[in-house]
Design a protein around this ligand. Structure first.
Ligand code: NAI
Length: 328
């Protein structure tokens, strides 16, 4: 039972991989680098490949197939970085590793609070001993309407947490859930855009919702609206977001994800010329808090994804029912 693991982080994942390798009776090939055409040879003799958020193109998928790979698991919830068509074409099954929604939910609530309390500006000021008050007056959550787009595992948890703050909560999803209706009112998307003071995104990225937040939808929103995105960068058109922050239409944003973050996030790029202009601009705004796709990153989550990604490989190799498989 051989599994090639890419992007294995030395500082937190390696120890867990070695522990579960023993416990599950597997043989692991641990590689700290993302998969590339150069190191795809590491999958020779492995039935499974375990990856993080790096792009799996058709070319890579073909190389994995050539080497005998039959199952690809990603230590993430989202799997839009994997070419699913290619996986189907080469007969490679795909699995994900969902972890509890609480870490991302807590982080989302934190970004909402940071945004409405102008925390980035406050921290910047205290750092330089500027203890003045002008320009950093915040708003209280109980006075606001929060619109939650996507009421799956994370969105639902965010809604439950927000309900404790006494704010009005509007929700939008393709499918309604009874549990959500205890705390929030489902409304049409346009109504949510028009009435929410804070909009937070919790859907996967699909062809249908690519650039959901764009010039047109932003125009419908309240002046000074706060946008929080802990889901996927391309749900927001970065150019439209920048224009709206510049015009003041968007009052603040909290972005744990941005468009074209692949190849940047999780790498040390401090000596490089940043290859993402939009990110540089967004990061520079005093009312936009940017973090590098961190919302998931808790002790609980890291252990869960390492364990479950390997468990899904084990179940696959043993031909057993595999709850983590996402593509039949
Ligand atoms: P989920 O699958 O439980 O929920 C997604 C919800 O979005 C579902 O209820 C679905 O019906 C809804 N949805 C799908 N397309 C939609 C559309 N076009 N319009 C409205 N609703 C739509 O997923 P979960 O676990 O809640 O995760 C949400 C997203 O959060 C993930 O897909 C991933 O992109 C992101 N994520 C980000 C993390 C981070 O560290 N920043 C960590 C984990 C997930």
């Amino acid at each position: 039972m051989k599994v090639t693991v890419y992007n294995c982080r030395e500082f937190d994942e390696k120890e867990l991989f070695l522990r579960y390798e023993k416990e599950m009776g597997m043989e692991l090939v641990l590689c700290t680098q993302p998969p590339t055409m150069e190191n795809a040879c590491l999958t020779k003799g492995s039935t499974c490949v375990d990856i993080l958020t790096s792009k799996i193109t058709r070319e890579l998928m073909a190389a994995f197939h050539e080497n005998g790979v039959k199952y690809l698991t990603t230590r993430t919830i989202g799997y839009d970085h994997i070419d699913l068509e290619a996986a189907k074409e080469f007969g490679i099954k795909v699995g994900n590793a969902p972890y509890g929604p609480d870490g991302v939910s807590d982080y989302t609530v934190m970004l909402i609070l940071m945004s409405i309390r102008k925390m980035k500006r406050i921290l910047q000021r205290t750092d330089i001993q500027d203890y003045t008050l002008a320009g950093i007056q915040g708003r209280e959550l109980k006075d606001l309407t929060v619109g939650v787009i996507g009421t799956g595992r994370i969105g639902k948890t965010v809604i439950r947490s927000l309900s404790g703050f006494g704010c009005k909560i509007l929700a939008y999803d393709l499918y309604k859930q009874d549990e959500v209706e205890k705390y929030a009112a489902y409304v049409p998307l346009e109504q949510l855009f028009k009435e929410a003071d804070v909009i937070t995104l919790h859907t996967p990225l699909t062809d249908q919702n690519y650039h959901l937040i764009n010039e047109k939808s932003i125009a419908m929103m309240k002046d000074g609206v706060v946008i929080v995105n802990t889901a996927r960068g391309a749900l927001i058109d970065s150019q439209a977001l920048i224009a709206a922050v510049e015009s003041g239409k968007i009052g603040a944003a909290g972005l744990d994800v941005v468009e074209n973050e692949f190849g940047l996030y999780y790498y040390d790029c401090k000596s490089d010329i940043l290859k993402n202009r939009e990110l540089a601009i967004l990061r520079g705004f005093p009312n936009v808090t940017v973090s590098h796709h961190m919302a998931f990153y808790t002790d609980n989550c890291v252990e869960t994804v390492v364990r479950d990604s390997l468990m899904s490989c084990k179940l696959f190799m043993e031909g057993k029912e595999n709850p983590w498989e996402v593509l039949a």
